[in-house]
Design a protein around this ligand. Structure first.
Ligand SMILES: NC(=O)C1=CN([C@@H]2O[C@H](COP(=O)(O)OP(=O)(O)OC[C@H]3O[C@@H](n4cnc5c(N)ncnc54)[C@H](O)[C@@H]3O)[C@@H](O)[C@H]2O)C=CC1
Ligand SMILES: O=C(O)/C=C/C=C(\O)C(=O)O
Length: 511
């Protein structure tokens, strides 16, 4: 039971029934989850708006500094108590139960995720919720199988020493996640953090607070001790995000979001020299060679440019096409953009949702205008659509393609994070690699070719963390995930996640 400044608290089960029964009546109130209970905050509240039609979806209570402090203290107590002492087998078993329980509540998670973001319900069912389940199962497997190398060290005189390392939790981990794939990215961090015995304080995006609260219910039902998972709602600067990252009780920060915020968080933890793991933005390139299977390529490009309305850090915003097939690729991709169906999330015909917010649409639209000013030819889109049926209060935008831009133009250099890309021709492999690498970012790339030698060669030359050939966003959760340059620091995934979420103590025994 929570104590201190909060005025009321409820169990996870009570909150679950409240949140689910509120649908269709007054918007639910979302509160922090601290020390195993939902608690009121003395801070302000804000309305979480539906990006589909601008209606109010939830009233969210902002955690003030005192509540963030309580959350960090609760996490510390759980680390020093039940969860920190839990053996690996117990942690792995808990993660598997969590996966099972998310599956039991599959539709509730899918609807919550779709409602917060406006993304098609079909996408939440096919991508976001299955990945949350997979994240918990993958890290249960990873921690259960994790070992450490040991070394027999030869000493003078024929003696030896045994060196081995023991894995310990990093500690209290701040988990700060964005709004584009809220549940997927939250569980991608929470699952390995808990697997390694850490406790967490989560700050979901102010735009997408719901799935973090649902996950609190599931974790509590699955037997996670109170205090091991806490949620504080709020914004970044002068709000829960800043209070959390500057808190002296936080031992490390894992963050996905913009490069600018990553830089701010680095400064926040610098005085205490805390480790960070950052998955930041991208300005990702696709390279299409003339020998590519164009049907496969166009389908892949359409997905990589327009998936999640372009709001995935891995999305392609620059498409370099070998000159002989340039016109064909441009026309084919424009056809596919024109075939996308913008609409309500629960309409099975909908392929594409709105952007997350009016503010984000203003940003994306500013790049559409900039592309016009810089002389781009707009092949398709370029505007705000008129959809009718109440949708025109939402944050809709047209899928958009340009030609005529160069790498010097701002729409080619800055992350837009919308359903748009520019196509540029190239003549040689070296030129393609140079153009693709001409960016301060370095997250992902995709090479499209039927020449496998070239595929391997070009993929390896890309200055990125993730280099796909004839595919995009194909994930094996054991493989390293992260970026170079402005795209991030560190790698997560499989054993790489264990490395971030653990401290190792090397024991050296003279034999
Ligand atoms: N995965 C990605 O690559 C993402 C990239 N972006 C990029 O960032 C741009 C801005 O979007 P935002 O929502 O403002 O992203 P953001 O990076 O500012 O926000 C992401 C998360 O960080 C938190 N945050 C913000 N400032 C913070 C601070 N000073 N300390 C601690 N936490 C803080 C936010 O509350 C949110 O939970 C987008 O237009 C897009 O270009 C946004 C979301 C995800
Ligand atoms: O597959 C993943 O683990 C992550 C995918 C997407 C992002 O990290 C993002 O959009 O930020």
């Amino acid at each position: 039971m929570a104590t201190g400044a909060a005025t009321t608290s409820t169990t996870a089960r009570q909150e679950a029934s409240r949140a689910s029964s509120d649908a269709g009546t007054s918007p639910p109130v979302l509160r922090a989850f601290v020390d195993g209970a939902f608690v009121d905050s003395a801070g302000a509240s804000w309305d979480k708006l539906d990006p589909v039609d601008g209606s109010v979806r939830a009233r969210v209570q902002e955690a003030d500094a005192a509540l963030v402090d309580r959350a960090v203290r609760a996490a510390r107590a759980a680390l020093d108590g039940a969860w920190g002492a839990a053996p690996v087998a117990q942690r792995a078993a808990l993660l598997r139960r969590v996966a099972d329980r998310i599956e039991e509540r599959f539709e509730q998670f899918a609807r919550a995720e779709s409602a917060d973001t406006g993304k098609p319900l079909a996408q939440a069912r096919e991508l976001d919720v299955p990945r949350a389940v997979a994240n918990f199962r993958a890290f249960a497997d990873t921690i259960a199988a994790a070992g450490q190398p040991s070394f027999l060290t030869d000493l003078e005189g024929g003696r030896q020493a045994l060196n081995y390392a023991v894995r310990k939790p990093l500690g209290v981990v701040a988990v700060i996640v964005p709004w584009n794939l809220p549940l997927l990215l939250l569980t991608w961090k929470v699952a390995p953090a808990l697997a390694c015995g850490n406790t967490v304080v989560v700050k979901p995006s102010e735009q997408t607070p719901t799935s973090a609260a649902l996950l609190a219910e599931v974790l509590a039902e699955s037997g996670l001790p109170a205090g091991a998972y806490n949620v504080v709602h709020g914004f970044g600067p002068a709000s829960a995000g800043q209070f959390l990252t500057e808190h002296p009780g936080v031992d490390g920060v894992t963050f996905t979001g913009s490069s600018a915020t990553g830089s701010t968080i680095m400064r926040a933890v610098a005085p205490r020299v805390r480790p960070v793991s950052f998955e930041l933005g991208g300005k990702n390139a696709a390279v299409v060679f003339a020998d590519a299977d164009l049907e496969l390529t166009l389908a892949g490009l359409a997905r990589s440019v327009f998936a999640n309305t372009g709001q995935v850090c891995l999305c392609t915003e620059r498409v370099y096409v070998e000159r002989p097939v340039f016109d064909e690729v441009a026309a084919g991709l424009a056809d596919r953009a024109g075939a996308l169906r913008l609409g309500r999330p629960d309409d099975p015909a909908t392929t594409t949702g709105p952007l997350i917010s009016a503010e984000h649409r203003a940003k994306v639209l500013s790049y559409y205008r900039l592309a016009d000013e810089q002389g781009a030819e707009t092949l398709v889109g370029g505007n705000v659509p008129v959809l009718g049926g109440g949708l025109d209060h939402g944050s809709w935008i047209e899928p958009t393609l340009w030609t005529g831009l160069t790498n010097a133009d701002r729409p080619m250099r800055e992350e837009i994070f919308g359903p748009c890309a520019a196509l540029v021709p190239f003549d040689t492999e070296d030129e393609a690699v140079r153009l693709a690498g001409d960016t301060d970012y370095g997250l992902a790339s995709a090479v499209w070719t039927t020449n496998l030698s070239r595929g391997h060669r070009v993929a390896q030359r890309m200055r990125v963390g993730l280099s796909w050939v004839n595919t995009w966003f194909l994930r094996d959760l054991r493989s390293p995930f992260g970026g170079v340059g402005l795209s991030g620091i560190g790698r997560e995934g499989g054993a790489h996640s264990l490395d971030f979420y653990s401290e190792l103590t090397n024991v050296c025994v003279a034999l």
